[in-house]
Design a protein around this ligand. Sequence first.
Ligand code: SF4
Ligand code: MG
Length: 284
Amino acid sequence: MATMKDFRNNVKPNWCPGCGDFSVQAAIQRAAANVGLTPESLAVVSGIGCSGRISGYINAYGFHGIHGRSLPIAQGLKMANRELTVIAAGGDGDGFAIGMGHTVHALRRNIDITYIVMDNQIYGLTKGQTSPRSAMGFKTKSTPGGSIESTLSPLEVALSAGATFVAQSFSSELKQLTALIEAGIRHKGFSLINVYSPCVTFNKVNTYDWFKENLVNLDQEEGYDPGNRIQAMTRLMETGGLLTGLIYQDTTKPSYEDQVTGFRQEGISKQNIQITEDEFERLV
Ligand code: SF4
Ligand code: MG
């Protein structure tokens, strides 16, 4: 049985001291061990950004993709090898700006992968520009007079797009974050876990203290039903998205790959796919 240590490698993260992404890395490693994975049964696919480095810091199969494209790669990987547990990871700029089209369609497709977004409400790698997650009025080098665009609410978008697992946590809440990643991995379908992961170097507004003051923890809310999509949307809107915990889960919708015919589980045969002899040999 693998332990958390088995998911560590000897690559030293070059994140700034105090960056929220350290906790996300630790939570993925702990969750992977807790659900009984081995490094050989896990693949971590990441996009571009400070958080995108995470695939290189976990001892498992890894793929550091291109900007906004972690999800196409992760989905292709899962479709090609359904035995693998696939985690996609990246930042808010990666997933909710350039990659938002992929995010929406992966959500409604419900392919069985876990997508972890490290949301610091800024572009960190390029030294601090406004992202779709920055608040209106947020001042950076790219918006010196303050952002005049509305903030994107990705979890509200996810609920509208047909998501079956929507959760949110905070880097400082390692226990909750680990439990949510475990639940996301166990969920049969697409799991979106947004993590408030402070950028201590460039975001001086959304700090650890700011989140501690403003986040509402659903785990402490009596009567909250994660099976109720309307309630999930309402709580997100009421709190401006500053919620943590399991926000929504639908266990009834089948995953994408379970509905696609012609895959290994059902037995690939030359009759159900139109390919040449050579291509068939390569596939099976
Ligand atoms: Fe983390 Fe920000 Fe440093 Fe990037 S710039 S490593 S997001 S603290
Ligand atoms: Mg970011």
